[in-house]
Design a protein around this ligand. Structure first.
Ligand code: PMP
Ligand code: GLN
Length: 376
């Protein structure tokens, strides 16, 4: 059978979660919370089925959800109408569909590495060619290198801010630099912004959609999975100009057509009570709790995560193993599972770093740290 992409047969997230289960290790690898979702979400979901939101939702999304997303975005100064919003079955699907709707065979798509693992397969499955530009040691963009990577075949650029695995946030200035580079081109942005409401230490989140010029040429992709801590619901949404939304919906209507109806009802209701500040506070406390607990361990912390679910730590003081082998060893022996950062590079080169998910209960973090202390 044809293999349509250069990605793995099993993603690193499935692989490490399976290994954690096999060895009964604390799973800080795949990014999912182990704490309860807000009780109100459960109630709204039940209400969705009771109110008979059990048949196909409209193709672009439940009208109340669209309405509430318009308001939610307006509050953070992103002005969008219903023509700009399409609800998606998760961000992975949103990224794939955005790519499928704009790229043709042979088009080049620039990917900033390290990058989330679905980008390259999604580009390749649609006939595109990934062109890699490395972020620097502290995950900042080298805009000169980015400019040099652009050719007449460049159709799109993939951006991810806040960034997985590093938690780095694009500043207003970064977006401005990108805008200047793209000025006389037709290049489209696919901007993965799933950690938008998880930015710490009073850092501001800037969407590509905040930028007046970039918003005309971008897809900004969001996930309720990360926003409301329910990764299993697999619902997200995509913001795009009217023209790009039309292109997106042309594909979407033949891929999944629409998205889980009772979940959309519940998400719409929850948006009415969702408190972004509270969400940030809770998650920043989790990051700080994790950092406090690991401070006596022999890992090196180069930079605190600015956002998201993850903290990268350097283990080169502990071992000479490759990061993949180290992550396996740590799971099997210390009973703590992490993600090797090499998994976010196309050549899987060793980085000497692993990624820990801190979106966990305190007791889970404590157990992981106890295991590490006993072993390292
Ligand atoms: N992009 C990034 C950067 C992610 O970390 C994830 C995982 N939440 C996704 C996309 C996929 O999101 P979803 O589960 O909504 O498909
Ligand atoms: N986004 C999650 C992470 O980075 C994984 C999602 C998945 O398992 N595909 O850990």
């Amino acid at each position: 059978l044809p293999k349509k992409h250069s990605g793995s047969d099993f993603t690193i997230f499935s692989e490490m979660t399976a290994l954690a289960q096999k060895h009964d290790a604390v799973n800080l690898s795949q990014g999912f919370p182990d704490y309860e979702i807000d009780e109100r979400l459960k109630k709204f979901l039940a209400e969705g089925t009771e109110k008979n939101f059990n048949q196909y939702a409209p193709m672009s999304g439940n009208p109340l959800l669209i309405e509430n997303l318009m308001e939610f975005n307006q509050r953070r100064k992103i002005e969008v109408s219903k023509e700009n919003i399409t609800v998606s079955p998760g961000a992975t699907y949103g990224i794939y569909t955005a790519l499928a709707s704009v790229i043709s065979f042979g088009d080049e798509v620039i990917v900033l590495e390290p990058n989330y693992d679905s980008y390259v397969p999604a580009i390749e499955m649609n006939g595109g060619k990934p062109v890699f530009v490395s972020l620097n040691e502290i995950f900042e963009v080298n805009f000169d290198a980015l400019q040099k990577a652009i050719t007449e075949k460049t159709k799109a650029i993939m951006i991810n801010s806040p960034h997985n695995p590093s938690g780095k946030i694009w500043t207003k200035n970064d977006w401005e630099k990108l805008s200047r580079i793209l000025e006389n081109t037709e290049i489209i942005l696919i901007s993965d912004e799933v950690y938008d409401v998880l930015t710490y230490d009073d850092q501001e989140f800037f969407s590509a959609f905040h930028h007046p010029k970039l918003s005309e040429r971008c897809f900004s992709i969001f996930s309720f999975g990360k926003m409301f801590h329910l990764t299993g619901w697999k619902v997200g949404y995509v913001l795009a100009s009217e023209e790009l939304s039309l292109a997106y919906r042309r594909v979407h209507q033949y891929l999944s057509f629409s998205v889980n109806a009772p979940a959309q009802y519940a998400l719409a209701k929850y948006l009415e009570v969702f408190d972004v500040k509270e969400n940030i506070k809770t998650m920043q406390n989790k990051r700080d709790f994790f950092l406090h607990q690991i401070q006596d361990l022999p890992f090196t912390l180069n930079e605190k995560a600015e956002a998201g679910y993850f903290q990268i730590l350097d283990f080169s003081n502990i071992s000479d193993l490759s990061d993949k082998d180290f992550a396996i060893w740590l799971t099997e022996k210390a009973k703590v599972a992490t993600i090797p950062v090499s998994a976010f590079y196309h050549d899987q080169k060793n980085t000497g770093k692993v990624r820990f998910c801190f979106a966990k209960k305190e007791e889970t973090i404590l157990k992981a740290v106890e295991n590490l202390k006993a072993f390292l």
